[in-house]
Design a protein around this ligand. Sequence first.
Ligand code: CP
Length: 306
Amino acid sequence: MLNRKDILGLKDMTKEEILEILETAKEMKLRIDDSSKRVNEIKGCSIVSLFYENSTRTKTSFSLAGKYLGATVQDLGVGTSSVKKGESLIDTGKTLDQMGVKIMIMRHSMTGAPHILAKNVSAHVINAGDGSNEHPTQALLDLFTILEYKKSFEGLKIAIIGDISHSRVARSNVFGLSKLGATVTLAGPSTLLGGSGLLGVKTTPDVKEAVKDADIVMGLRIQFERQKTTSFPDLAEYRELFGINKEILKYAKKNVLIMHPGPVNRGIELSTDIIDGENSVINIQVKNGVAVRMAILKLLYQGGQK
Ligand code: CP
């Protein structure tokens, strides 16, 4: 059983821990559409989400995941909370701790914010995305989806394309995929590849090179909200040079999987026919997000560390 207090990133998780979550998620997935299969395995567990940034998928899927397992789930509603009166992150966390909250799920624009929270509360803390650092549960659901379709990670070629510099999804996926034996290539405009070389995987501004013989092509959202200066002249040029479309995918394997964490800027990162095409598993990723988050909640709550 997962023996850790918090899930803050894939950089510090072992291959065994990752595989345990993926294995547990298999059974959890069966419970999403069939309510008769649901078991109140974490009844009595109080979960609160603290989202300092917007979310549709992560926040809602954690909320449903907790409810499907019998937990009490509540969103703090940061925008209407005492955070707006100036209450600090640590004081907010300690306040929730006193109320009996056992799991806190946090998204924040600042790298390391969930790590600070985790050090100061006795509740388990799950990082739901911190700045440009990590988004571990997104990467875990991506890994689960890849395993579902490809059965093994060994030897797989993964191309991750787009705004790499600002992508916590890319970073978490690089850590996870590398541990599991896949080869990752990162591609995007040179202005949006900064720092990615430090991750120890190949980087290139040439999308064709990245996509060549790829088993998986993962597009990333352009994170305009994190770009301090303009990183490319205009969207039409971005689409032309870095957009994923039918022409580019001729270089990939025939059975290539098309992935994207969402939300997608349709027609920019990916052409609409590709988003809705037969190789796309973008909607499956969303469903798998509930399964993987159920697995994480169960394993953390029932695990050895309190
Ligand atoms: N992929 C992802 O984190 O989506 P949301 O921002 O909707 O949670």
